[in-house]
Ligand binder design. Structure first.
Ligand code: FAD
Ligand code: UDP
Length: 385
C-alpha cells in the first residue's frame, strides 16, 4: 500500500472527517487551523460563568435522512433527541414557525381545520396568477399570499440578505415547509438531534487517531503545501489564490452576547419578522440542551450584514455576479497542483453538516481510489457551479 502524508487545511467537519477517513486507511495526516480551537463554525464551548454549552458561531442542529452519516456521527458522540421548534415575533405578536396550521389560525384569528386552512390559503391568499415563481417574493406570494409573506418573510429576508426578496432566488424559501397541520418541527428529516457534549467534543473524537496531528493557530500558505503529498483545503476558495480575481461575496453575522438570570425567552430560537427590528433573531443557548439545568442563561442577538475582508464569511451569496467569479476561480483551481477544495468555503456553497460529512466521506473514498490506482487527485470531487 502506498502511504501518503496529507495536509488538511481547516479543523472543521470537512478537514476532520476527510483526515480521519484517510488516517484509517494508513495515511499520515497533519491538520492546521488558523483559529485557536477545532470544530470550525460548528464549534461549541462551555461558558465559564453559567455552565451553558454555547454554539459560538451560531446555533447548529443536526438533521439528516442519510443513515450512514447518522451512524457516523453516533460513533463519536452520544446524540440526544432534539426538535427545532422556532417562534417568531411579528407585528407585536408571537407566532409558531414554520408556517403551520397554528400560525394560520393565530394570524387570521380563525379556528380552521386542515382542509379549511388549505382551501383558505390556496383560494383566498395565494396569488395563483404566478404560475412559475422565479424569485423568493413570487414563491411566497404564490404559496402563502401577501399577508403571511409580509408578516414572516419580507422583513426578515431583507435583514438576512441585505436585498429585496424580489432579487433572491425562489430556492431559498423552498427550504421552509408550509404545513396544514400542527406539526411545528422546523425540519422533516428522519434523524434529528444534538451531540450531548457539543460539536467540538464530537469533532475531538473524530480527530483522536494516532496518525492525525493537529496544529492550531497555524495559517496555511501555499508554500506550506510543498512539504505534503497533497492538500485538502477547506478555507475560502478565493483566499487560496490570494483574492487575485476579487472577492466572492458573503454575508457575515455579528452576535451580540448577553446573559440573563433565569429564562430569557422560553425557547431556543425567536425570530423577528419586522424590518424595523435590526436583528434577525435571538438564540438562547441553554434551550439547545434541554436535558441540562442552568440558572444563568447566555443569549445571542444576531445581526446580518455584507462581509468585509476581515469578517468571518458565513453565507455565500451566490447571485449571478458571484457565480461568474466562482467560475473563474474554479478554472484557477482546475489548473492548481496537488490541492483539493472541500467544504462550505472551499466550494463556496451553503452546506448543512450532514451534507458536509457526506461529501467528506465521498471525497476520502475517491481520493483513496485515486491513490490506489496511481491517479492524480482532482481539485473538486463535487460540482461547485
Ligand atoms: P468550517 O466549519 O467553516 O471550517 C473551516 C475551517 O478552516 C475553519 O475552522 C477555519 O478557521 C479554517 N481555515 C480557513 N482558512 C484557513 C487557512 N488559510 N489556514 C488555516 N485554517 C483555515 N448545519 C446544520 O446541519 N445545521 C444547522 O443548524 C446549521 N446552522 C448553521 C448556522 C450558521 C449561522 C451557519 C453559517 C452554518 C450553519 N450550518 C448548519 C452549516 C455548518 O456550519 C457547516 O456545514 C459546517 O461548518 C461546514 O464545515 P467545514 O469544515 O466545511 O467549514
Ligand atoms: N426566513 C424568513 N423568516 C424566518 C425564517 C426564515 O424570511 O422567520 C427566510 C430567510 O430568507 C432565510 C430563508 O427563509 O434565509 C431560509 O430559512 P432558514 O431557516 O433555512 O434560514 P438560514 O439557514 O438561511 O438562516
Amino acid at each position: 500500500m502506498s502511504t501518503r502524508h496529507f495536509l488538511m487545511v481547516g479543523a472543521g467537519l470537512s478537514g476532520a472527517v476527510i483526515g480521519r477517513s484517510l488516517a484509517e486507511r494508513g495515511h499520515k495526516i497533519t491538520i492546521v487551523d488558523s483559529r485557536d480551537h477545532i470544530g470550525g463554525n460548528c464549534h461549541t464551548h462551555r461558558d465559564a460563568e453559567t455552565g451553558v454549552l454555547v454554539h459560538v458561531y451560531g446555533p447548529h442542529i443536526f438533521h439528516t435522512d442519510d443513515e450512514e452519516v447518522w451512524n457516523y456521527v453516533n460513533r463519536f458522540a452520544t446524540f440526544r433527541p432534539y426538535k427545532n421548534r422556532v417562534k417568531t415575533t411579528s407585528q407585536g405578536r408571537v407566532f409558531s414557525l414554520p408556517v403551520n396550521l397554528h400560525t394560520i389560525n393565530q394570524y387570521f384569528g380563525t379556528t380552521l381545520r386542515p382542509d379549511e386552512a388549505r382551501a383558505f390559503i390556496t383560494q383566498e391568499q395565494a396569488d395563483t396568477s404566478i404560475t412559475d415563481p422565479k424569485s423568493f417574493e413570487e414563491q411566497a406570494l404564490r404559496y402563502v399570499g401577501r399577508d403571511l409573506y409580509v408578516a414572516f418573510f419580507r422583513g426578515y429576508t431583507i435583514k438576512q440578505w441585505g436585498c429585496h426578496p424580489s432579487e433572491l432566488p425562489a430556492s431559498i424559501l423552498k427550504r421552509l415547509p408550509v404545513r396544514f397541520n400542527y406539526d411545528d418541527n422546523y425540519f422533516f428529516h428522519r434523524f434529528q438531534g444534538m451531540p450531548e457534549e457539543g460539536y467540538s467534543d464530537m469533532i475531538a473524537g473524530i480527530l483522536d487517531h494516532p496518525a492525525i496531528t493537529v496544529q492550531l493557530e497555524t495559517t496555511f500558505n501555499r508554500e506550506m503545501g510543498a512539504a505534503f503529498d497533497h492538500v485538502f483545503y477547506s478555507g475560502p476558495l478565493d483566499g487560496y489564490f490570494d483574492y487575485e480575481l476579487g472577492r466572492l461575496g458573503y454575508r457575515t453575522l455579528d452576535f451580540e452576547r448577553f446573559t440573563y438570570e433565569g429564562d430569557y425567552q422560553g425557547c431556543a430560537v425567536m425570530n423577528y419578522g419586522d424590518e424595523d427590528v435590526p436583528f434577525t433573531r435571538i438564540t438562547e443557548h441553554k434551550h439547545f440542551a434541554p436535558w441540562e439545568d442552568h440558572q444563568g442563561s447566555v443569549c445571542y442577538r444576531e445581526y446580518s450584514r455584507a462581509a468585509g475582508p476581515d469578517d468571518i464569511p458565513y453565507y455565500p451569496i451566490r447571485q449571478v455576479k458571484e457565480k461568474a467569479l466562482l467560475k473563474d476561480y474554479a478554472d484557477l483551481a482546475e489548473a492548481a497542483q496537488n490541492v483539493t477544495f472541500v467544504g462550505r468555503l472551499g466550494t463556496y456553497r451553503y452546506l448543512d453538516m450532514d451534507v458536509t460529512i457526506r461529501e467528506a466521506l465521498d471525497t476520502a473514498n475517491a481520493a483513496q481510489a485515486a491513490v490506489s490506482n496511481g491517479e492524480t487527485l482532482k481539485p473538486f470531487f463535487v460540482s461547485v457551479l
